[in-house]
Design a protein around this ligand. Structure first.
Ligand SMILES: O=C(O)/C=C/C(=O)CC(=O)CC(=O)O
Ligand SMILES: [Ca+2]
Ligand SMILES: [Mg+2]
Length: 401
């Protein structure tokens, strides 16, 4: 018995409870929790139950709630489970449940800084082979630190937002001079994003053991990439306009607590990293990702194969004393497993377009206008069944010329 009716096999049951921001026709965006195929409007329910922090849920982003800190997130989750478990609350809860089909979902966080890592050994090896065929696949630093760069926070968009084909300079090695125009090698990157909460001071470091104090939860993330622009611009400072035009995230943020049963050991790290990257609790997560292109699943990247733990990424991100802000977002980097059909980018999946994938009755090297990409991911929930991260979808629109 409980306050809501849920199918036994739902991926959004009481062991999940992801947070997002939604609006209904006549009311402003506010915080909601996904329960089955409904969204629970948190502010009025929390207010009715005498929760002090109820007003943070009437805000148009999760940031004010996230800023309250870990003890508060955990207490709120316990309250929510209790509320939804008791049949006596059925009327209160029922008044504030909206069918998903009747709401609009918004970007759940106001993104402060956005950082993207490069933490898959399989991905880094593949990209090294394709982009730098004459050198070693992995750069000498790769196994000593989680490589990353700062991306563009202002162009992080919510799932469902169209992506306009970027324009820019590109020059293949054999071209005499660069040309300008719409990217002809537009790609995806299937990634997992980590939502940071709680500000730190300049000069402060967040050690590997403080990961769960500073990461509220995870989103699925598509780091759209223009490979032709990227290949010409990135030496020596790294990715710039080939990545900054759009990064899509799921509308739902899955709390770290909901992923406790999905924790797995990391692959062995050899050589042993420096002490600030070592700790007793360096979780990997067994998330089964799926990349769908125009209705056909083209790849199944396994997040469990990532070399670096997100706890190591956060420790590295702050080891120089860079401070954190609530709403910071860091992404894992493209998730690729050892097999070709486990790679998280078309660059790898089609080996730079030379081995196209079959999608329905067509073939694809890179993305064409009108193509739709959907990323999905599931994991074992604490209740023993599967939970599903919010999906990330985007459709490519022609360049604005
Ligand atoms: O190795 C390179 O030159 C480029 C790598 C990427 O494009 C990957 C990137 O953005 C990080 C990642 O997603 O793993
Ligand atoms: Ca990336
Ligand atoms: Mg991007």
């Amino acid at each position: 018995m409980s306050a809501v009716d849920l199918p036994a096999d739902t991926a959004y049951g009481l062991d999940h409870l992801p947070f997002g921001v939604f609006s209904t026709e006549d009311e402003a965006p506010r915080v909601g929790v996904r329960v089955g195929d409904h969204v629970l409007d948190l502010a009025p329910v929390a207010a009715a139950d005498g929760i002090d922090s109820a007003p943070v849920f009437a805000e148009p982003t999760l940031n004010p709630f996230l800023g309250l800190g870990r003890a508060h997130w955990e207490a709120l989750r316990a309250w929510l489970v209790d509320l939804l478990t008791q049949e006596a609350n059925a009327e209160l809860v029922g008044q504030h449940l909206h069918p998903l089909a009747e709401v609009r979902l918004h970007l759940p966080i106001e993104v402060a800084d956005y950082v993207d890592f490069y933490a898959s050994e399989h991905h880094a090896t593949n990209v090294g082979r394709i982009f730098r065929p004459d050198g070693a696949a992995l750069t000498p630093n790769w196994k000593h630190l989680p490589i990353g760069y700062h991306g563009r926070a202002g162009t992080v968009v919510v799932s469902g937002t169209d992506v306009v084909r970027p324009q820019g300079q590109r020059k293949a090695p054999d071209d005499a001079a660069p040309t300008f125009g719409p990217s002809v090698r537009l790609d995806i990157e299937a990634e997992v994003g980590f939502v940071v909460a709680g500000a730190t001071r300049l000069g402060e470091q967040v050690g590997v053991d403080s990961f769960a104090d500073h990461v509220f939860g995870v989103v699925l993330l598509n780091d759209w990439s223009a490979r032709d622009v990227q290949a010409w611009e990135y030496v020596p400072l790294g990715p710039f306009l080939g990545k900054s035009f759009a990064t899509s995230v799921s509308a739902w943020v899955t709390p770290l607590q909901a992923l406790r049963a999905a924790r797995v050991p990391l692959p062995e790290q050899d050589p042993t990293p420096l002490p600030y990257l070592l700790g007793d609790d360096l979780p990997g997560y067994d998330l089964a990702i799926e990349v769908e292109l125009n209705g056909t699943v083209v790849s199944r990247p396994p997040f469990a194969s990532m070399y670096w733990s997100p706890a190591q990424m956060l420790a590295h991100l702050t080891v120089n004393g860079a401070s954190l802000r609530t709403g910071d977002l860091f992404a894992s980097g493209t998730v690729s497993g050892p097999e070709r059909d486990q790679t998280g980018s078309l660059l790898e999946r089609t080996w730079n377009g030379t081995e196209p994938v079959t999608v329905g009755d067509q073939e694809r090297g890179f993305l064409q206008d009108g193509d739709t990409v959907v990323l999905r991911a599931t994991a074992t929930g604490t209740g023993g069944g599967r939970i599903a991260l919010g999906e990330v979808t985007g459709t490519i629109r022609p360049a604005t010329t």
